[in-house]
Ligand binder design. Structure first.
Ligand code: GDP
Length: 296
């Protein structure tokens, strides 16, 4: 088992106890530990570089406070810089608009997109007191539409009746009309996932976004896929105007590095994290908590 980053930073500075200001060479020695820890936590290399430069700049020359050791002071600087880069506060969904608010879910197959759609719908129904309708636009994967209907039953959330043979843009139009006519506050569109990013998927997604004009386009990515998740995020954010990210499988042993990379690559907030297979396994993203997980 690795020592935690906090312990290692304290170790680097043990011999410095009592000195006045953090010198550049001491900070550089500490940042070497930070760099290794971030790479171990699966943070993408360019993000690590930028982070280390920023934290070094903030740390060099700082007077060490009387009440703490130099190690503790650097741990605090690194923690604050992580929180800042993760995006200070939790950001909730933009659904308080003239109804129906439309939330479009995008991502690769297996990322947890359909489950997350139902989790968010359940949360909006129970906590937000919204009337929610879900529709699956996935006509490629056999039984994808039935999967959403089953989850809808479990979550007590309505799903759009399935019409065999209908194409995604037409399903989106029908869903929109149903949501308006039946007085739903929120319409969630679960788009098709593919095993890899491909242009046909992107074109279909863009066409749906054009018809639905969503308030939110949420990218669902699997935190356990590390660097791959970063590549997926960068491809999607080039093609559609994402409004946020959901990081699933944070209940697994992901160190949280993907969160830092996501924010950097998409420039958009992480709105939720998935914390289990069950429908209540969804939490608002808490930057402090993820920073703590990276620091160890
Ligand atoms: P999709 O293909 O992207 O729609 O993925 P699914 O929603 O079908 O999810 C694939 C698998 O991942 C299912 O077995 C889900 O129960 C599971 N899953 C989704 N989110 C999470 C999560 O946050 N944690 C865990 N442990 N499993 C999850």
């Amino acid at each position: 088992m690795f020592d935690s980053l906090s312990d290692r930073l304290n170790g680097v500075f043990d011999r410095l106890r009592g000195r006045g200001a953090l010198s550049e060479s001491d900070v550089r020695a500490a940042m070497r530990e930070v760099r290794i820890a971030l790479l171990e936590a699966d943070v993408a290399l360019p993000v690590v570089r930028e982070f280390v430069d920023k934290a070094t700049e903030q740390a060099v020359g700082q007077q060490v406070l009387r009440s703490v050791t130099p190690g503790q002071q650097v741990v605090k600087i690194v923690n604050d810089a992580l929180v800042e880069m993760l995006g200070s506060d939790a950001v909730d969904l933009n659904v308080d608009v003239t109804p129906p608010a439309i939330i479009m879910m995008v991502g690769l197959q297996g990322s947890g997109k359909t489950t997350t759609t139902a989790k968010i719908a359940k949360r909006l129904t129970e906590k937000g007191r919204k009337k929610v309708l879900m529709a699956s636009l996935d006509v490629n994967r056999p039984a994808a539409q039935e999967q959403l209907a089953t989850l809808g039953t479990q979550a007590s959330v309505a799903t759009l009746p399935i019409v065999a043979g209908q194409q995604p843009v037409d399903i989106a139009k029908r869903a929109l009309q149903a949501a308006k006519l039946q007085g739903y506050d929120v319409l969630m569109l679960d788009t098709a996932g593919r095993l890899h990013v491909d242009q046909a998927l992107m074109d279909e997604m863009k066409a749906v976004a054009g018809v639905a004009d969503p308030e939110e386009i949420l990218l669902v990515v699997d935190a356990l896929t590390g660097q791959d998740a970063v590549n997926v995020a960068s491809s999607f954010s080039e093609q559609v105007p994402l409004t946020g990210v959901v990081l699933t499988r944070m209940d697994g042993d992901a160190r949280g590095g993907a969160a830092l990379s996501m924010r950097h690559v998409t420039g958009k907030p992480i709105k939720f994290v998935g914390t289990g297979e069950k429908l209540d396994g969804l939490e608002l993203f808490q930057p402090q908590r993820v920073a703590g997980r990276i620091l160890g």
